[in-house]
Design a protein around this ligand. Sequence first.
Ligand code: 13P
Length: 246
Amino acid sequence: MTLRPLVAGNWKMHGLKASAGELQKIIAGAQKLANVDVMVCPPATLLADFAAVARGSRVAIGGQNCHSLPAGAFTGDIAAEMLKDSGAQAVIVGHSERRHYHGETDEAVRAKALAARRAGLLAIVCVGETRAERDAGDARAVVGAQLSGSLPEGAADFVVAYEPVWAIGSGVTPTAQDVADMHGFIRERLRSRYGEAGERIRILYGGSVKPANAKELMAIDNVDGALVGGASLKADEFLPIAAVYG
Ligand code: 13P
């Protein structure tokens, strides 16, 4: 099944108000890309500004993390409802940097994905194995466990992003065969858990996606778009990635 692809940029902890100019370039370029959903996920400090700039354009704005509860005494945290209120349409949950640097468990990620649903945001749920786990032959087992624990039950209304930890920011990507194998495995799991609706869940690939490798990666079966880090910070690099879908 061919799904409408999504190319999302995760700006991580990059960007100041002056970066709105880059967003404007992305918006201008995305106007010509009718066959792909384009999204930018800036730091929370820029969400409201970016959402205002992007309003009415082809570019959606997303957050990078949320708390599972709608409000409360959680200093420094941001509720999914607050992201929504600031103009976000989506939120990344369970990114490996959150899992590793902030100790987020599968259970916590699942709660965040459910919070996104509650707030009316599209959850982009991230999974992926480390280099050591892959080398030990455990990549499928690790990703399978993350899917079981992190995905929200019920509706198949979210996006999955497969991001092998060792491919993030490293300039190294898995082989096309390894990506095909893992995305096929994820699709199987989605089908068995969500039935036919599992066919329509988009599975993004993330980890060192660049203009030079995007075409090959995006052509792989069950790769329905990309979650882009470093290359999403510059319109000149991000737009050619989205443009592989014309
Ligand atoms: P890079 O594209 O910089 O490897 O980052 C990928 C990523 O972590 C996106 O969420």
